[in-house]
Structure formats: structure tokens, C-alpha cells
Write a protein that binds this ligand. Structure first.
Ligand code: ASP
Length: 324
């Protein structure tokens, strides 16, 4: 009996990301690097502790994602990027692999931890996605903590907004498109987590401020089930980060799970096919974290770096750059 409980515990695992992009050693000081890694580790530890105590995988990923949302290092919750008009509009989603239940919010402005609002949509509404002011009203009615929009402000993200704003204005004078500027500003910071619990159930979740200088009302892949997030016990759990428009059009999270389910592929191979071939081939930058039902984590990205980490009963690791 005790042995059985132990072997179930051996399978619990969590994998997280804090965004992919042009993340290079020369742009991060040792101090920044350590601080980012400490927050990634804190998120892994928080999620893993829930799983270790027998909590389910949704509770595990929420514990991890909340730490990342509350950290200023990542583009989710506090530290979210600014929209073109200089505000914050946040997206989040969550999915359960045992029964394919899911919840998402898009373009929320006042919910401190958008992942909790996504969970409430999954658990306590007949819907899968709520957007804009309706989503904020729903989250308030559910008793979730509300904040002023400027709670999400940080100096670093404001600086990034100012740079893109200046470049956009200069380019407009130059007749170049705004898209060129947005593409050059390739730094993401979306957060996500995937976990397997003691009962072998998968869950995946993603939370983001979207992309710097996004148009008002723009919604990326993170709250779109099948694009930025997917979980199905029959295949895998996925959370994505990258240029959302590509991830939506290529239905990235679902495509990876479908290759595992229908083509019987190993998760690592399926993820590499989609991220390193399909997406890279069309200029779609970004990456994913994923996990199979046995608790094997994968982390695949076609960018110079991705903030990431995993913790299993045997191993724990956090990393930033591609060569780590
Ligand atoms: N995928 C997110 C979006 O397009 C951005 C990111 O991953 O940082 O909204």
C-alpha cells in the first residue's frame, strides 16, 4: 500500500515557462539572471509542493502561475506589457486533461491574478471564454482580488513601450510598417505551467499581458484553447509563448497533442516538428513547455532563449538561454 502511494508520488511533475524571445547573456546582468532564476525556482517549488501534498494538477499549476504573475520579471500580472494606448490588457487560460474542461479570460484590466479568473470561468460558468469588461465583472462577482490598472505598471515595461512608440513614430515618417517595429521588438514574457498529479491527471495554464504595443482589444493565443494552452490525458499538456498570431493560426498546442494522440509520436518529437519546422519555417517565433501523462517534461523553442524549468521526483532545473 505504502509502496503504491510512493510510486504514484514518483510520477508527479511540473514544468513552467516565463516566456521565450531574444533573451541573450549580454542583455542580462548576473544579478538579473539570479533574480529571474530564483522566481522560476519559487514557482516550481510552489507548484510541486501542492502536488506533493496530493493536490490536483490544476491547483499545482495555479500555485506556480500565481508566483510568476506576481513577479515583475514576467509579462503576466504585475509586470505586464503596455498596449499601444499605454494600458494593460491581460489574457489567461486553463485546461484540465481528465475531462477537457477549460476556462479563459481575455483583455481583463482589473483582475490581479488572471489565472484565477480563468479557473473561475472553468469551474463556475457555463462558458469557456469571457472577454473585456464582462470578464472583469465576472471575476469581481466571484470575489477575486481587483486592482487599479496601474498596479500592473513597471518601469522596465514602460521603457519598452516608449522605445517602440518612438520607433513606430520614426518609421511612420519613413513609410515602414508598424509590423516591422513589432517584429524587431521580440521579447516575450508570458508565463505558463503544465503538471501531472498523483492521480495521473494533466493540467495546463497560461497567463500573459500579450505583446508590447498591441492594439486595443488585440487578443493573442494565450487564452485560446488549442493555440496557447491544451491538456488531454490521452496525449499531453501544453503551454505556449511566442508571437500569438502564428500560434493561433497553426493551432500549436492542439497540433502537438494531436500528433502524439493520432500519430503515436513521442511528445519531444511532436513538439520539435511543430516549433522547429512548421512554425520556424513561416517566421513564427516562440516555444512551448509540455508534459506527457507519465510526467516527462519537454521544453522546445526556436528563439535564442526561454525562461523555463521543471521539477520531478528525480530532477529539478531552471534555465534561460538556449545552450543551458
Ligand atoms: N503569446 C503571447 C501573445 O501573443 C505573447 C508571449 O508569449 O509573450 O499574446
Amino acid at each position: 500500500m505504502a509502496e503504491q502511494a510512493q510510486s504514484k508520488k514518483d510520477n508527479i511533475a511540473i514544468v513552467i515557462h516565463g516566456g521565450a524571445g531574444t533573451i541573450m547573456r549580454e542583455n542580462l546582468s548576473d544579478e538579473q539572471e539570479q533574480s529571474i532564476k530564483a522566481d522560476l525556482q519559487a514557482a516550481l517549488d510552489a507548484g510541486y509542493a501542492v502536488l506533493e501534498q496530493g493536490g490536483d494538477s490544476t491547483a499545482g499549476i495555479i500555485a506556480a502561475i500565481k508566483v510568476l504573475e506576481n513577479s515583475t520579471h514576467f509579462n503576466a500580472g504585475k509586470g505586464a506589457v503596455y498596449t499601444k494606448p499605454g494600458k494593460h490588457e491581460l489574457d489567461a487560460s486553463i485546461m484540465r486533461g481528465s475531462d477537457l474542461e477549460a476556462g479563459a479570460v481575455a483583455g481583463v484590466s482589473f483582475t490581479k491574478n488572471p489565472i484565477l479568473a480563468a479557473e473561475q470561468v472553468m469551474l463556475n460558468s457555463p462558458h469557456v471564454m469571457l472577454a473585456g469588461s464582462g470578464a472583469d465583472t465576472f471575476s469581481k462577482l466571484k470575489g477575486l482580488e481587483q486592482v487599479e490598472n496601474n498596479y500592473f505598471d513597471t518601469e522596465a515595461r514602460f521603457k519598452a513601450w516608449q522605445e517602440v512608440d518612438a520607433k513606430t513614430k520614426a518609421k511612420q515618417a519613413d513609410q515602414a510598417s508598424e509590423q516591422d517595429v513589432l517584429d524587431a521588438e521580440f521579447k516575450f514574457g508570458t508565463v505558463g505551467a503544465v503538471a501531472v498529479d498523483v492521480n495521473g491527471n494533466l493540467a495546463a495554464g497560461t497567463s500573459t499581458g500579450g505583446m508590447t504595443y498591441k492594439a486595443w482589444g488585440r487578443i493573442g493565443d494565450s487564452p485560446v484553447i488549442g493555440a496557447g494552452t491544451y491538456a488531454d490525458n490521452r496525449s499531453c499538456g501544453i503551454s505556449a509563448t511566442g508571437h500569438g498570431e502564428f500560434f493561433i493560426r497553426y493551432a500549436v498546442a492542439h497540433d502537438i497533442c494531436a500528433r502524439v494522440r493520432y500519430q503515436d509520436k513521442d511528445l519531444q518529437q511532436a513538439a520539435e516538428e511543430v516549433i522547429m519546422q512548421e512554425l520556424k519555417g513561416v517566421g513564427g517565433s516562440g516555444g512551448i513547455i509540455g508534459m506527457d501523462p507519465a510526467g516527462k517534461p519537454v521544453m522546445v523553442f526556436n528563439t535564442p532563449g526561454m525562461y523555463r524549468g521543471f521539477k520531478t521526483s528525480k530532477e529539478s532545473k531552471v534555465a534561460i538561454y538556449g545552450d543551458e
